[in-house]
Structures are given as C-alpha cells and as structure tokens.
Design a protein. Structure first.
Length: 93
C-alpha cells in the first residue's frame, strides 16, 4: 500500500523547496570587502588619508563604495527571493 499524505496538495517533506537565503556568496563578497577596508584602515592610514577632492579623502570614497556594494548585493538577493517566490505554487486552505 502506497503512503498517502493527509492533504493531496501537500508535497512530501523531502520535496518541499528550501526558503531563499542570501547564502555564502553574499557573506563572502561583503565580508571580504569589509576585511580589505579594515586592513587598509589599520595598515595604510596614509593611503586612505589621501585627499581626492576638497575634504573628501580616499577612505570616504572606499567607505561609500563598500556601502554601495552592500546595498547592491542586498537588492540583488532580495530580487532573486521575490522571483523565486513568484514560481512557488500558492497553498490552498
């Protein structure tokens, strides 16, 4: 006799899709960027203090680039989560 589920539209546990999580690449990209920025701040203070324009120095530019990268990767993974959720079938009550 074959195993029957309680509800005909409920897939077995091992077939349910995993919820979307940003994953390792999100942490790797942003973690490495943070680590490089931290190492530069500790080891190359003079480099980050180099003036680019007026009161703006290279450290500020690097921080803005790091923040922009963080926002871009977060938006990218959020978009991927929404696209993945759009393909999931709706549950019937």
């Amino acid at each position: 006799m074959a195993y029957q589920h309680a509800h005909p539209h409920t897939p077995p546990f091992h077939q349910r899709p995993r919820p979307h999580r940003p994953g390792r690449s999100f942490a790797l990209v942003n973690g490495l960027t943070f680590a490089v920025h931290l190492l530069l701040a500790c080891a190359a203070e003079d480099l980050l203090a180099t003036r680019v324009a007026g009161q703006i120095n290279l450290g500020v530019v690097a921080l803005l680039a790091q923040g922009s990268l963080l926002l871009w990767t977060a938006a990218r993974y959020d978009r991927a989560a929404h696209e993945e959720a759009a393909y999931e079938p709706e549950e019937e009550h």
